[in-house]
Design a protein around this ligand. Structure first.
Ligand code: FAD
Length: 518
């Protein structure tokens, strides 16, 4: 298998077969696929459904969609594709929240992982088994019924287990528990040769670590065993404002260093950070940023734009149970906030249920959908920046390039590298602490910069990031040399794993790393 990119052109299907249910693969492939006895079904119609993703920038329809009802269905189809003489590829697809077509299989087969359902909570041993297409929100709900919860989340819960475990899965809990890939006990995987394998750190460990953070390259995650812990009932949700970036990052670093005692009240349970443009002069925007539904924010206390074109806030939570008195929660939180140097007149908090906090982005989704601003192009970029370079990044990117604002949230928060298992395929920067900066922008049809303008600015930022030793999270590259640089010392292992677990290069073609090598 030679790693050559197939990035620019979608692969073409082999000459159309006479008529096999609408199948457009070669006659031999159509015969093989149509003769499978499946629990679910393969559809050769309405395949544009397999070309949709959140990014709305890339759309290459597959020639077929598999709706599996069993792991055997997935393995059977993968075996046919593996044995095919033509260039068919296969992509497992969750709800399609990629932004650059990563879950697509141009003229190949998309596996609609949501069709294979199943969640089983083991309350005795504190874990949950969930199929790869299940959404985190469903896993959370099933776990909460037993008073339990996963430890590490993403900000948005309508993502699939297989999709986030193929990347990392990060949020404000990662500083303590690591990304979601650090919280998995066992996987069931269909490899690129169609074998069904159960793997863990002890059993088939090469496959297990390759698949975690492996961008879908080594196998299809059909089931994952995820660690659970007792769930709290309530959350004190806090935002603290800063105009000084150094104070903001100093406090964040202090907060993520308070991680050693996992069960104690000695630290916050979630730590993130946001960058906001200092033009939020409307009461409405401040109210939503700082939870002020009722009272009026005194905007005269906000530092002027001339002092700082951007402002920052740290977002924190402290978990508690309903039995705990308000005074006790207040006291704990004030103790934890005492060492921080936010602008004291801009500290806001609210109390919500644990579930409502974790499901917070869904509410934004509903609001954006109602305004027609959800189903728009999303030229998002996510970069991991070494801690020593974050001030430099702030000066150039936040305070210069983005000084006129951005149409979407900007996240900026630190991670402890020691919480990332270096045996997985995930790539992080060299330093012990790195920042994740997410520019989650939308290209709105009637206002703001055009998609082209945003994409050009993204390229500038990504080029600049390369000079700082950053790594892309949810990476997007079109040249092999870029992938090699991205993986650095890990490239040889990545390539070796590919040859071992997906020798024909059939899996996750939308990542644009390897071509179909059949
Ligand atoms: P898809 O987009 O369907 O797939 C992504 C990749 O994984 C593809 O290459 C696909 O082939 C592969 N894949 C999918 N399922 C499987 C499987 N079962 N086995 C093997 N490979 C598979 N990420 C974070 O880490 N933290 C966040 O807080 C966060 N918030 C987000 C909020 C929103 C609104 C959106 C749109 C995305 C967010 N993401 C976040 C990014 C998200 O983790 C990625 O988009 C990820 O790919 C999961 O999306 P998905 O489940 O829809 O997978």
């Amino acid at each position: 298998l030679t790693p050559v990119l197939n990035s620019k052109l979608p692969q073409t299907a082999a000459a159309a077969a006479p008529s096999f249910n609408g199948c457009r693969f070669s006659e031999a492939d159509c015969l093989a696929l149509n003769s499978l006895t499946l629990d679910g079904h393969l559809s050769f119609r309405h395949t544009s459904l397999g070309a949709e993703d959140f990014g709305r920038m890339i759309s290459h329809p597959p020639a077929a969609i598999l709706y599996p009802r069993s792991v055997a269905d997935i393995a059977a189809v993968v075996r046919v594709v593996h044995g095919s003489k033509s260039s068919i590829t296969v992509a497992a697809k969750g709800p399609g929240h990629s932004v650059n077509g990563q879950g697509q299989a141009p003229n190949g087969i998309v596996i609609e992982m949501a069709a294979l359902k199943g969640i089983r909570v083991n309350a005795l041993d504190n874990y949950v088994d969930a199929t790869g297409g299940e959404l985190w929100v469903n896993v959370l709900e099933a776990s909460l019924e037993e008073g339990l919860s996963p430890r590490s989340f993403t900000d948005y819960l309508y993502l699939s287990i297989g999709g986030t475990l193929s990347n990392g899965g990060i949020s404000g809990q990662s500083f303590r528990h690591g990304p979601q890939i650090s919280n998995v006990l066992q996987l069931e995987v269909v490899t690129g040769t169609g074998q069904i394998k159960v793997c863990s750190a002890r059993r088939n460990s090469d496959l297990y670590f390759a698949v975690l953070g492996g961008l879908g390259q080594f196998g299809i995650i059909t089931k994952a065993r995820i660690i659970l812990q007792p769930a709290p009932q309530k959350v004190r949700w806090i935002r603290a404002l800063y105009s000084d970036f150094e104070a903001f990052t100093r406090d964040q670093l202090f907060l993520i260093s308070q991680r050693s005692n996992q069960s104690s009240s000695a630290s916050f349970d979630y730590v993130e950070g946001f960058v906001v443009h200092n033009s939020l002069h409307s009461q409405l925007e401040w109210k939503s940023a700082l939870f002020q539904s009722e009272s009026i924010v005194n905007t005269s206390l906000i530092p002027p734009y001339s002092a700082s074109p951007v402002l920052y806030y740290i977002e924190l939570t402290k978990n508690y149970d309903v039995t705990e008195s308000k005074e006790s929660v207040d006291e704990k939180v004030m103790d934890l906030l005492a060492p921080l140097s936010y602008i004291s007149s801009f500290l806001y908090s609210t109390d919500v249920t644990y579930y409502d906090f974790l499901d917070r982005v869904h509410k934004t989704e509903m609001a954006l959908k109602a305004r027609g601003e959800w189903d728009v192009p999303h030229p998002w970029i996510n970069v991991m920046i070494p801690q020593s370079k974050i001030v430099e990044f702030d000066n150039y990117v936040f305070r210069q390039l983005l000084r006129t604002g951005i149409t979407g949230p900007v996240l900026c928060y630190p991670h402890n590298k020691e919480k990332w298992d270096s045996r997985t395929s995930a790539v992080v920067p060299e330093e012990e602490v790195f920042y994740v900066v997410a520019l989650l922008q939308s290209a709105l049809p009637d206002s703001g910069p055009s998609l082209m303008t945003l994409m050009k600015r993204n390229e500038m930022i990504l080029d600049y990031c390369e000079t700082l030793g950053c790594k892309q999270y949810l990476p997007r590259y079109t040249e092999l040399s870029d992938w090699e640089r991205h993986f650095g010392d890990g490239w040889t292992k990545f390539l070796t794993n590919k040859i071992r677990f997906d020798p024909q290069g059939i899996l996750a073609p939308g990542q644009n790393i390897f071509p179909r090598g059949g």
